[in-house]
Ligand binder design. Sequence first.
Ligand SMILES: [Zn+2]
Length: 552
Amino acid sequence: MGKENGESIEERTAYHWADETALKIIREKGEKDVYTCAAGITPSGTVHIGNFREIMSVDLVVRALRDQGRKVRFIYSWDDYDVFRKIPTNMPKQEELARYLRFPITMVPDPWERDESYARHHEVDVETMMPVVGIYPEYLYQAERYRASVYAGGIRRALEKREELRNILDRYRDEEHKIQGPWWPVSVFCQSCGKDETGLDGWDGEWGLSYHCDACGQGGTVDIRAAKGVKLNWRVDWPMRWEYEKVDFEPAGKDHHSRGGSFDTARHICGEVYGWEPPVTFAYDFIGIKGLGGKISSSSGVVIDLKDVLRVYTPEVVRYLFAGTRPNTEFTISFDLDVIKTYEDYDKTERIAWKMEEAKDEAAYRRERRIYELSRTAVSPEGKTLMPGVMPWQAPFRHLCSLVQIADGDTEKTIAALKKSAGKNAADGPAEEQIPALRERILRAKYWVEHHAPGEFRFSLRPPGERAELPADLALGVRALRDTVAADIEKFPDDKSCAGAIYKAAEEAGLEAKALFTAAYQALIGRDQGPRLAGFLRSIGRERLLQILSAY
Ligand SMILES: [Zn+2]
């Protein structure tokens, strides 16, 4: 076994499921020059975040293999020669799309008129997002490959083994559900009208396949080696391609992994008909979405994809969510207050990984460090994890939510405020190389506050000159706050000393502290509550505080 960074894969295996799977692949498939890891999907609609779990899971295992110095071919199959069976409810131009039912999805026009087809539109949506999260597969387009007769040999094999295939598919079915009547492992898109509403009439024992079309009445004999439109049934197509690509690893959704499910039959077909040992696999579970209120339900047609998740979570935190959860465990992606908790969890893992915070024991440290490594998006030319040269500068998400609002949503002003809050010692502030990642996080804080945060998170500072209607005693309290706290705000070394001064100001004005707090929020943001006052005042800064409070 290879030893990298002084640690063998066996040692790592104890700490992360991706390393565990990588080791299983090496053990079961033996020492190989290249390991082939596969994922794939039919782009028959939006590729939602639940579908994304597959490609992410494979990427994590690919990364684990490459981190051990193994060479990997990572293929992602677009099963775009599938038939357009159903129009998803979130698609525009439903009536127009209905005209293309039963055609291959590559022949359906793009309802947004952006790409060459309906299938391509969904493919492009995914392919443009993958590099953002550090995923670089080799895409295989099945329509193109089938139409180029790449699989002619595999199709002929299926025809030769027609009865065996039928028996395998029937193996898990009770009498009532066994295949009835004549059965073929292939289907043909009509050479005249393009639809798949065809029936097969015979096979000549070599390359000729005859069919008739129920849609247009045409038919004839096609040569499997040359004709466009001959396609294996899904349950046979999948294992045929495992053999064709020599796939060593491919996971599948737990629905495919049920007894007698498509993975189960594919495993038998792969071994018994195509003579290839089936890939190492695992089942991955579903993903829940939380905090979108009534916006998401299966009937509403709202579909959450990776792009939506990336509006709220940075690419590293997205990877962290997947890397930190075993694939066979369901988890939830939150858009509500738990967004803050997720960022806090990530930051803690980061501190542990960089030994800035102690883990509860060595095993916990190793686990957290490995999750952190796998969360990084940057990879070397060989695909190995690249760690940043210095630990990222941590800015708590909750704090950024306040700062970005004080900065009127301006990212650069928010960064300037962060630098300023580091105080006289500029070395305590973010360094140039740490700013790009910070900028990414600020954009998410801004988006979250605007779109998903609970109402109490949102505020805007009063413009100078605008005055809250306050009783005389509270107005006096605000004036005391201005003259004794705001005017000296830059002199407080931390929130605690500033909070002390606020309490003192309340006492001197003869007010309950709570009353002064309410008055301060009213004066600043026109509400009874807001972010913790001391930190809030310090974040706003002297100049702006005095501008707003000059009205008292
Ligand atoms: Zn036809």
